[in-house]
Design a protein around this ligand. Sequence first.
Ligand code: ADP
Ligand code: MG
Length: 250
Amino acid sequence: MLEVRNLTVKFAGLTAVDDLSFTVNQGEVFTLMGPNGAGKTTAFNAIGGFVRPTAGHVALRGQSMAGMSPAQVAALGIRRTFQNNGILREMSVLENVLTGLELSTRSSFWGCALGAPGSARAERDATRRAREMLGQMDIAGLADRPAGDLSFGQQRLVEIARAMVAGAELIMLDEPAVGLSPGERLHLGQVLRELTAKGMTVLLVEHVQDLVMAVSDQILVLNYGKKIAQCPPSEVRNNKDVLEVYLGHA
Ligand SMILES: Nc1ncnc2c1ncn2[C@@H]1O[C@H](COP(=O)(O)OP(=O)(O)O)[C@@H](O)[C@H]1O
Ligand SMILES: [Mg+2]
């Protein structure tokens, strides 16, 4: 579904992502793991159109995404969350999810504000869809609460709902387990598996091990921008190169 080929991103003298290649299949959780500064977020930024690659390319279902803006990538169905959560604390949970539709429904939003009847329906549809996403996250009951009142774990689910509401096919989650309790991590893992069971594809950046081990189909380990291993979770603990990066010895 997503193909990353020879992706390289350089910042001045630093090579943040170095000749990285991998393929993500539909319906899987594909995880990028690696120490701080390994290039995980930069790889996400390059895939999402936020950073221009120095070399290499990314394609979705065979269609090259070269030169696309973040909005164009989003329109293709690739949505992301950010490492520092972008929850709007004063807004309701439902309104937060609706901001995920901004790119696709801005004109109908204004139409609605001006009282056009067709657009009122568009807004009802959007609201129904946003509630449906919250239902998939098991937090439909929180829709009308201020988002700032929610726990970190619940806010993370709101972010995912926001990423999906416009009809994403692939969601990229950057360290979604940071700050979550063990119970919340477990729930997040279950939610991600339910989404992939329905055909959603998840590209995850994470180093919280229990979550990574529980949800990933494939784990790619990055170090200094380079791929040092790619394998299913069952093999990652025994991979010598991975142990060397994480423990400093093989
Ligand atoms: N916009 C930028 N300008 C310069 N250097 C950057 C920029 N973004 C990231 N870097 C550097 O690129 C490397 C990889 O960073 P990052 O992708 O954030 O790593 P990770 O997400 O794996 O922790 C780091 O050395 C970081 O300092
Ligand atoms: Mg990062």
